[in-house]
Ligand binder design. Structure first.
Ligand code: GLU
Length: 452
């Protein structure tokens, strides 16, 4: 029987190797560290997981595709972006994960997201593998016609790598209903197939699932509520700070408000808004979803209760709950220290890896309930899998049915993480619980399916 410390030193050695083999990919290194640092108890306890090559295979994507995406802007100038699809692990089902269109996208970012997605998707209990893709294209300030031409060019290469039984992309930052529509249209044209299950996040009239747009935000609030229940509290009357103003942030605010909490902030790259009366969602949706504007317009139009703080950090606003819903590494050590000083009780990640490792450590040391994204924001991809199920059966479920399934899945993810953490000697540590529970499911499938 190997001891935990022997196992940990094997895992540390592997981490060093991952850094050497994947130079200049700091986000991927961070995501790999975060998982491998918590696996020692389960690898030490179950000798089959120490089998040579198992974890080495898990950290190496099954396939990585990078391609040129040329397109013409409205002035007729040719632009060139880079496209990515990382098909990380298909032991549990077709690769599944979103596409991100943002100037910060590079191979390391897509690999970190794809790696996280493996464990997240495993935690849903559904049959989906892990993948991720995207481009360094920036949709901000682009006309609809430019976005359409970009999406068509992107799909002209991507179509040969995806399919309902192979790889099923969806949205992420910069990819919403509009982009999925253009991507689906081009896929259909090239392949001459009505293959609804090839993409999720589709419009409701043409194969989309009700509640998919809301699912990530709603699910994260349900996860936060479950963590609060463990502490003997609920969301009623709690003040919440939310970062971001995209799809995840908007529906996080909606669910918080529905459950009686007061969500007082939202943000974008220009700064943040604090609204002591609680964010007015009709106004925020109008500005972000219809006008595709910035959050300062919200403060301008809302009146006396709201103010815009240019360049500031949303984490400076005192709150009981914090729900980072913007992007990776947006909540650092300083922000965590401020939140703790202001008495935060729970932090639940709507975005992927928004909290830096130092900040996670600080929050956990201070006894703050911390819900890692791969558990807390799994509601989005879970409802994507339910969209695939509806597409396969050529049917569509009511909003009530999808929401009920989402609630059941979030409760079960919370319970799994909680119990797993306890079983491996880390009670209350949802990071360890999520990593080990996700790992066990994927590792068991990989072992059963042989060395491939
Ligand atoms: N991009 C989302 C995530 O990070 C959703 C992926 C999907 O629905 O496939 O999980």
């Amino acid at each position: 029987m190997t001891t935990r410390s022997e196992t940990q030193s094997t895992l540390d050695h592997l981490l060093t190797e991952i850094e050497h083999r994947n130079p200049a990919q700091p986000e991927f290194h961070q995501a790999a560290h975060e998982v491998l640092e918590t696996l020692a108890p389960v690898v030490a306890a179950r000798p089959e997981y120490a089998e040579p090559g198992l974890i080495e295979r898990l950290v190496e994507p099954e396939r990585q595709v990078m391609f040129r995406v040329p397109w013409q802007d409205d002035q007729g100038r040719v632009r060139v972006n880079r496209g990515f699809r990382v098909e990380f692990n298909s032991a549990l089902g077709p690769y599944k994960g979103g596409l991100r269109f943002h100037p910060s996208v590079n191979l390391g970012v897509i690999k970190f997201l794809g790696f996280e997605q493996i464990f997240k998707n495993a935690l849903t209990g559904l049959g989906i593998g892990g993948g991720k893709g995207g481009s360094d294209f920036d949709p901000h300030g682009r006309s609809d016609a430019e976005v359409m031409r970009f999406c068509q060019s992107f799909m002209t290469e991507l179509y040969r790598h995806i399919g309902e039984h192979t790889d099923v992309p969806a949205g992420d930052i910069g990819v919403g209903g509009r982009e999925i529509g253009y991507l689906f249209g081009q896929y259909r044209r090239i392949t001459n197939r009505w293959e609804s299950g090839v993409l999720t996040g589709k419009g409701r009239g043409w194969g989309g699932s009700l509640i998919r747009p809301e699912a990530t935000g709603y699910g994260n609030v349900l996860f936060a509520a479950a963590m609060m229940r463990e502490r003997g509290e609920d969301l009623e009357g709690q003040t919440a700070v939310v970062s971001g103003s995209g799809n995840v942030a908007i529906y996080t605010i909606e669910k918080l408000t529905a459950l009686g909490a007061n969500a007082v902030t939202c943000s974008d790259s220009s700064g943040y808004v604090v609204d002591e009366k609680g964010i007015d969602l009709d106004l925020l949706k109008q500005i972000k979803e219809v006008e595709r504007g910035r959050v300062d317009a919200y403060a301008e139009r809302r009146g006396a209760s709201a103010r815009f703080v240019p360049g500031g950090s949303v984490w400076d606003v005192p709150a009981d709950l914090a729900l980072p819903s913007a992007t990776q590494n947006e909540l650092d050590e300083n922000a965590a220290a401020t939140l703790i000083r202001n008495g935060v009780k729970a932090v639940s990640e709507g975005a992927n890896m928004p909290t830096t490792p130092e900040a996670v450590h600080l929050l956990q040391q201070a006894g703050v309930a911390f819900g890692p994204g791969k558990a807390a924001n799994a509601g989005g991809v879970a409802v994507s899998a339910l969209e695939m199920a509806q597409n396969h059966a050529r049917t569509s479920w009511t909003a009530a049915r999808v929401e009920e399934e989402l609630a059941d899945i979030m409760t079960s993810i919370h319970t799994t993480c909680h119990e797993t953490a306890e079983r491996y000697g880390a009670p209350g540590d949802y990071v360890t619980g999520a990593n080990i529970a996700g790992f066990e499911r994927v590792a068991d499938a990989m072992l059963a399916q042989g060395v491939i």
